[in-house]
Design a protein around this ligand. Structure first.
Ligand code: PLP
Length: 391
């Protein structure tokens, strides 16, 4: 009888939501306290203080009560108004999509776009800013997940700061898995989420806000207040002696504390290193099987996701279905423009362990062979192991 995994996946190696850390699940299961109980107010402030050490914004982090799309929409609504000129740096599906929320504000949108297998050149950003001195906000997506490509946000941030505009960055799928923080990239509004590299379930947004960004939001008559979309409502909510604008997600905050404790205990540099090693092992295996990554150059490739080009003659949806049915491994598809053209192997949080690359490569290669596209799975595994053993 042929082996068939059960209905539930054996390995979820996706680009989010990801398998949560067991310690996070235990955190989520903690007693649900009344939000104004002093014990919960103290927890909330403690979580904000721990987050602050890694977000590194000028002010205390804000936690919004919804997965990070809420944070992105709230950021657009709060920061932008009629009279603003937004430079939207488009390198993929998420950065393109940001324009949809930005447009509702009535701001003028200038677009600098590259093909979705490439990344933004900071010199191009400088050129556009010199042409349009009236640009007030620049938006970028650090890791545009549906392409598995990483933009040089620190270099772009330095250019934006020199120009004087505010810099808004979607760091949802990079934060916690590689080096990015508000300080080092001169980010005025950093949008992150615990549901990717921090290994939590989806449900919260983490924001890092500069003093200039607070000032701009407060001066913006269009910025939402008394709304689920409001950032302004939450400015002082981190303080144990201040009221919440409405009930925070108590269980999610407990889960987030467990995740941030794990992250700090292991040490961010070590966490990033295992994400990077897992991705390197995965790319080595992909190349050894005669397959190609989606990014045009390896230096554009993400440490938190490996996007593999779909070989000619293979149906991408059928490939993932085969991987799932044969081996119980779940991988992510492309999105929008990249849908059907690539498959994504996530290396995020608990799945950013080098040997998970071997699991993904084995399942990927095995399913390709079954579909008639012959690859040498042994060569892929050997290349991945060699990379892992070399550290
Ligand atoms: C996951 C992710 C988000 C959040 O969006 P969902 O698709 O709703 O999970 C936002 N930006 C990026 C770059 C992401 O990877």
């Amino acid at each position: 009888m042929r082996y068939a995994p059960s209905d539930l996946p054996v390995f979820t190696l996706t680009t989010g939501p990801v398998d949560a850390y067991p310690a996070v699940l235990r955190g989520l299961a903690a007693t649900v306290l009344y939000d104004y109980d002093p014990a919960f107010q103290a927890t909330y402030q403690r979580v904000a203080e721990k987050l602050a050490t890694v977000v590194k914004a000028e002010t205390m982090p804000v936690v919004l009560q919804g997965e990070p799309v809420l944070g992105l929409e709230a950021a657009a609504a709060s920061l932008l108004g009629r009279g603003d000129v937004l430079l939207n740096l488009v390198s993929g599906v998420y950065s393109k999509g940001f324009a949809g929320w930005a447009a509702r504000s009535g701001a003028e949108i200038v677009e600098l776009a590259v093909p979705y297998d490439r990344v933004i050149d900071p010199a191009e950003v400088a050129r556009v800013l010199a042409e349009r001195p009236d640009i007030t906000v620049v938006a970028a997506c650090h890791h545009d997940t549906p392409s598995g490509t990483v933009n040089p946000v620190a270099e772009i941030g330095a250019v934006v700061r020199r120009h004087g505009a505010l810099f808004l960055v979607d760091a949802v799928s990079s934060f916690g898995g590689m080096a990015v923080d508000a300080e080092s990239a001169a980010i005025d509004l950093l949008v992150a989420g615990p549901n990717k590299c921090l290994g939590c379930p989806p449900g919260l947004t983490i924001l890092g806000v500069s003093n200039r960004a607070w000032a701009k939001m407060k001066a913006n008559p269009q910025a939402p207040r008394a709304s689920i979309l409001s950032i302004l409502d939450w400015e002082d909510a981190w303080r144990a002696d201040r009221p919440f604008p409405f009930t925070p997600s108590v269980a999610e905050i407990n889960g987030l504390e467990a995740a941030i404790d794990l992250y700090l205990a292991e040490g961010p540099e070590k966490v990033w290193a295992r994400h990077a090693l897992t991705a390197r092992a995965c790319r080595a295996g992909i190349a050894a099987m005669g397959l190609a990554i989606w990014p045009a150059e390896e230096r554009f490739a993400s440490p938190t996701c490996t996007a593999v080009k779909t070989p000619d003659g293979i149906d991408e949806a059928q490939l993932r279905a085969e991987i799932r049915a044969r081996y119980g491994v779940v991988l992510s598809s492309g999105r929008g423009e990249t849908l059907g053209k690539l498959t994504r192997i996530g290396h995020m949080g608990p799945t950013a362990q080098p040997l998970h690359a071997v699991v993904a490569l084995t399942a990927f290669g095995g399913a390709l062979n079954a579909l008639g596209h012959k690859v040498d799975v042994g060569a892929g595994v050997a290349a991945a192991l060699a990379t892992i053993d070399a550290g």
